[in-house]
Design a protein around this ligand. Structure first.
Ligand SMILES: Nc1ncnc2c1ncn2[C@@H]1O[C@H](COP(=O)(O)OP(=O)(O)O)[C@@H](O)[C@H]1O
Ligand SMILES: [Mg+2]
Length: 281
């Protein structure tokens, strides 16, 4: 990852963020949201713990694609995994199952509500990163809904040229509008897909094979489900898995080491990782 170059106006925003309880960062893809979130957290934790909700289910920074990730930063120094191309570093994940909220805004928002409620209970400063889905009515509805769920006292909006206007005009919360940094390296859709694959590859690197009774399945499976991504739950999401096969009684899946006896539910996602699994064997 390229070295982050803070912009001059970020200092002022940081000051404002110090006295805010909940902060949400919005903007199109490649406007520097995640980099700015990192800058904020790094500076804010010098004073107090910060809960970070990475709700970008496509280009997750700390979490895994298809999930909303949450991490509580307490240490005065963020560990910089500078030599790693992709970072996976979260305390909790909320399984959404797909990589763009437009697939099912309701599922996305319901998982976002769970993450927000968790942060609400922690009662510490919270920073939220979001997806770059901002154009059109549906994107607007999702962003406004997220704001009404989180109840931020500060919105930070990265805007190139009017693309957030339709959303910003409806936000009642104090909003700071920033210009995206000139140092941003844009990523093509192919690069973004590759990034997701790298995350999954890393996550499933030491995956093991498990069998579980089909009665734990949340929905009935049909068709060719080999390679399908699943969320593995106790009450909360424990891990992600990939379906290997199915027989009369059991479902066979790969996942990072888990306590299989703790599993109470398996939920099907809308992503297929068959290629990734084939490469691994
Ligand atoms: N201020 C900055 N200085 C240097 N590089 C930056 C800066 N802001 C963003 N980048 C780089 O630009 C790319 C996109 O930024 P990112 O923060 O991931 O955007 P977003 O989260 O809005 O998609 C990343 O590779 C990031 O490292
Ligand atoms: Mg981002």
């Amino acid at each position: 990852m390229a070295e982050l170059i803070p912009e001059v106006e970020w200092d002022g925003v940081l000051e404002k963020a110090k006295s805010s309880k909940r902060i949400i960062i919005i903007g199109e893809v490649d406007t520097g949201k995640s980099s700015f979130a990192k800058y904020l957290i790094k500076n804010l934790i010098q004073r107090e713990p910060v809960c970070f909700i990475d709700s970008d289910i496509g280009q997750s920074s700390i979490g895994l694609p298809t999930t909303i990730a949450l991490k509580i930063y307490k240490e005065k120094n963020i560990e910089e995994n500078q030599y790693e191309e992709v970072t996976i570093d979260f305390d909790k994940i909320f399984f959404v199952g797909f990589t763009t909220p437009s697939i099912s805004p309701d599922i996305f928002l319901s998982e976002f509500t769970k993450a927000s409620e968790f942060a609400q209970v922690l009662n510490i400063k919270t920073v939220v990163d979001t997806t770059g889905f901002v154009s059109g009515e549906m994107a607007k509805r999702i962003k406004l809904e997220k704001i009404s769920i989180l109840k931020p006292d500060l919105v930070i909006a990265f805007e190139r040229k009017g693309e957030l206007n339709h959303i910003l005009t409806e936000i009642k919360t104090e909003t700071i509008i920033l210009k995206p940094s000139r140092n941003i390296t844009p990523r093509s859709p192919i690069k973004r897909a590759e990034y997701r694959m790298k995350k999954f590859k890393k996550y499933f690197k030491n995956a093991e094979s498990y069998a579980i009774s089909k009665k734990f399945l949340y929905e009935t499976l049909s068709g060719n489900i080999e390679g399908s991504l699943v969320g593995i739950f106790q009450e909360e999401c424990l891990a992600l898995g990939v379906i290997e096969s199915l027989d009369k009684e059991n479902l066979f899946f790969l996942s990072p080491p888990i306590d299989i006896r703790a599993v109470k539910k398996i939920k099907l996602g809308k992503v297929n990782l068959k290629n990734l699994i084939d490469e691994n064997v």
